[in-house]
Write a protein that binds this ligand. Structure first.
Ligand code: GRF
Length: 235
């Protein structure tokens, strides 16, 4: 089977894009990254893509009179690159309903939370404010509503008691870089598909040993004794 021609859309740093490019470069990978498109000419990720020998396109919002026209130009660029799949990787603009309808089931996105929790911006701040002990990231199909499409895959990380937004974001980002390439592989292989409001999974073996695996946060008692507090409370 020919690898699926995939275009990555970014607005900035592009670390997820780099993770996807690296994974797809492996021999026999079911996706081929044929282009990186940005709405920002200054997106640092564009340099990485160009150095990796990938076609880059800038489609800036300011060059178009409306969001619909902007998305029309993006659509043209995707067609011209021969895109079959599109990965949003830090693309910071809402796509218009017409664009989403045309590409439905072929555009996926990564969001830094365990959806449906903490949609939109500042997901790490939202997680810290809510006091959740487990946080993470989600890859989902893109639908007109932001961060609300059928979920493809998720990865979870613990929230540590002394986390700041930055430390938590870094822990989640490291997982994003593992999760997104896996999710792209599943979509490119046709093992997951968008079916209405759900994701349909095909050809998955049931791994019994994974059914009793869990992430605990805080960790169950590790047997570590805090000597200072022990001294304080010894009568
Ligand atoms: C990531 O946290 C991604 O989940 C979110 O935007 C951020 C983009 O980071 N949608 P990068 O540009 O991939 O480094």
């Amino acid at each position: 089977m020919q690898p699926k021609r995939t275009v990555i859309m970014i607005s900035g740093r592009g670390s997820n894009m780099a993770a996807l490019v690296e994974a797809a470069a492996e021999h026999g990978h079911p996706a081929k990254i044929v282009g990186v498109l940005s709405d920002k000419a200054e997106a640092p990720g564009l340099d990485y893509a160009a150095r990796a020998g990938i076609a880059t396109r800038v489609v800036a919002r300011a060059d178009y009179a409306s969001a619909d026209l902007h998305d029309g130009a993006i659509d043209e660029a995707l067609e011209e690159l021969g895109a079959e799949l599109v990965c949003l990787a830090g693309y910071m603009r809402k796509l218009s309903p017409g664009f989403v309808r045309k590409w439905l089931g072929r555009v996926i996105n990564i969001h830094p939370s365990l959806l449906p929790l903490f949609r939109g911006l500042n997901s790490h701040r939202q997680a810290l404010e809510a006091g959740v002990r487990i946080h993470g990231c989600t890859v989902h199909f893109v639908t007109p509503a932001i961060d609300a499409g059928p979920i493809i895959a998720q990865a979870a990380v613990p929230v540590l008691p002394d986390d700041s937004e930055e430390t938590l974001a870094a822990r989640v980002l490291a997982m994003e870089h593992k999760l997104y390439p896996r999710a792209l592989r599943l979509v490119a292989e046709g093992k997951v598909q968008m079916q209405g409001e759900r994701t349909a999974f095909q050809g998955f073996r049931v791994l019994r040993e994974s059914s009793d695996r869990a992430l605990f946060a805080p960790e169950p008692d590790t047997g570590v004794v805090d000597v200072e507090s022990l001294a304080r409370f010894t009568p």
